[in-house]
Design a protein around this ligand. Structure first.
Ligand SMILES: NC(=O)c1ccc[n+]([C@@H]2O[C@H](COP(=O)([O-])OP(=O)(O)OC[C@H]3O[C@@H](n4cnc5c(N)ncnc54)[C@H](O)[C@@H]3O)[C@@H](O)[C@H]2O)c1
Length: 435
């Protein structure tokens, strides 16, 4: 199949590359000229494990190409996937202006001679957005242009996006057009994954419902972690005990600083707004958000309880990315934590294996913040070490050396990465979450 992806970000680039990897011919469009130039030079603009090699392999094989021209994209692909941002507005509802704009841009390139095009929305959008996309394209396209609209939400996780795309738990797509469904079936046939074919509204809703459920699991275990702390129980034992019940499952039951990133915070806010707009308020999700916010506040309280006053304290911070294996710092809890520490007068010395540059560019940290490209130098005479991202690398560092460098051997582990008994044996005062 010939496939076009409009929006070559985390989702567009990885899904376009994986479509090429299974044998489709793909062109990825982006209006960001610098991004397309970087890709045309054989470099990739983000850090995502396995992606650089896969892009190179498929470009070399002639199955993957890049352009800034939407017209070229619309002429190329029988299926045109939209993967542009859907950021939150100040009230939490979704800003659909990127989707609306790209719909008009596609419409402007359609013509009756081109033949049928299926426009597939891969961005995360509120239920019923497909109707709006269809109306907009119909309004702006030349009369007689043939097209249909479908939804195909994306479930990849940054940090393991390539594996998630090549071996998905399931593929979901929905449309009210039999032709669109048949094209999507053909596109996904090589992936050998269960396919959920449905109406377009259900398909759109599945994405918000799935992300909200995952966020709910995170907030659930975080609420349990607070109860564990008050009752001398261990949240890891509790999580194991409940997670082995296959009706519950152990994924997403790790207590920590809460969820962040470019998806969960905005998608939960969006689903609250969507439900509100439909006249069916979803208060459970408001509590999910409240628990998530409280998790960071309680962690900061623990730091203040030990260090008393943060002004003029040197804090070493491991982790800036919103999760491990990515350079993405959008809505990162680690960045929020750094902002709070800085606001209270601390000097923050930060290291992250992959997200230093993105943190400098997009993190919005200012004042007494210092960046390091290795994990030890920042520890020198620090009053405490704070771990804010769950990079595996942090578990295998030289902790006797860490202890020697710190002014006081105090570790706050916001991701429960380290073993409390081992840390205590090494002579650290070790504070983690719910254990
Ligand atoms: N990042 C994730 O982990 C993830 C996972 C699942 C779903 N999603 C959803 O996928 C969508 C895209 O997310 P992302 O993280 O890939 O965003 P992103 O910001 O990384 O990429 C979006 C790209 O779209 C481009 N763009 C915007 N308007 C354009 C236009 N009119 N023409 C051409 N290019 C245009 C931007 O330049 C940018 O490169 C969002 O709706 C998001 O919620 C993201």
């Amino acid at each position: 199949m010939k496939i076009t992806i409009i929006g070559t970000g985390y989702v567009g680039l990885t899904s376009g590359t994986c479509f090429a990897e299974v044998g489709h011919d793909v062109i990825c469009v982006d209006h960001d000229q610098a991004k397309i130039e970087t890709l045309l030079q054989g470099k990739i603009p983000i850090y995502e494990p396995k992606l650089a090699d896969l892009v190179k392999k498929n470009v070399d094989a002639g199955r993957l190409n890049f352009t800034t021209s939407t017209k070229q994209g619309v002429e190329f692909g029988e299926a045109i996937f939209i993967a542009v941002p859907t950021p939150p507005q100040p009230d939490g509802s979704v800003d659909l202006s990127f989707i609306e704009k790209v719909s008009r841009e596609i419409a402007a390139c359609l013509s009756p001679d081109l033949g049928h095009r299926v426009i597939v929305d891969k961005s995360t959008v509120p239920v019923k957005t497909g109707d709006k996309v269809e109306q907009t394209i119909a309004r702006y396209a030349t009369a007689g242009s043939e097209f249909s609209v479908a939804s195909n939400p994306e479930f990849l996780r940054e940090g393991s996006a390539v594996d998630d795309l090549l071996n998905p738990d399931r593929v979901v797509f929905g449309s009210n057009s039999a032709q669109a469904l048949s094209i999507l079936r053909e596109i996904y046939q090589p992936f050998n994954a269960p396919m959920i074919e449905t109406d377009i509204n259900s398909s759109e809703l599945i994405k918000h419902a799935a992300n909200s459920f995952l966020a709910l699991k995170i907030s659930y275990i975080n609420a349990i972690s607070a109860i564990c702390e008050k009752s001398d129980a261990n949240v890891e034992e509790v999580a194991k005990g409940i997670g082995l019940d296959h009706r519950i499952g152990s994924a997403f039951l790790n207590a920590g600083l809460g969820y962040g990133g470019s998806c969960f915070p905005k998608d939960i806010k969006a689903f609250i707004a969507i439900a509100e707009e439909l006249g069916q308020p979803f208060d459970l999700l408001k509590e999910v958000e409240r628990i998530n916010e409280r998790q960071l506040e309680q962690f900061l309280d623990k730091i203040k309880e030990k260090l008393w006053v943060l002004k003029d304290k040197k804090i070493a911070l491991w982790g800036l990315a919103f999760k491990s294996n990515t350079d993405d710092v959008r809505e990162s809890i680690a960045i929020k934590l750094a902002k709070e520490l800085l606001a209270q007068g601390a000097s923050v010395h930060a290291y992250d294996p992959k997200a230093l540059e993105t943190a400098k560019k997009f993190g919005g940290l200012s004042g007494d913040i210092h960046y390091y490209n290795e994990p030890y130098a920042l520890l020198e005479q620090a009053d405490a070490l704070v771990i804010a991202t769950e990079w595996q690398e942090f578990t295998s560092l030289d902790f006797p050396k860490v202890k020697q460098s710190l002014r006081t051997p105090l570790i706050f582990d916001g991701r429960n990465l380290l073993d409390p008994a081992m840390m205590n044996n090494l002579g650290f005062e070790y504070v983690s979450i719910g254990r």
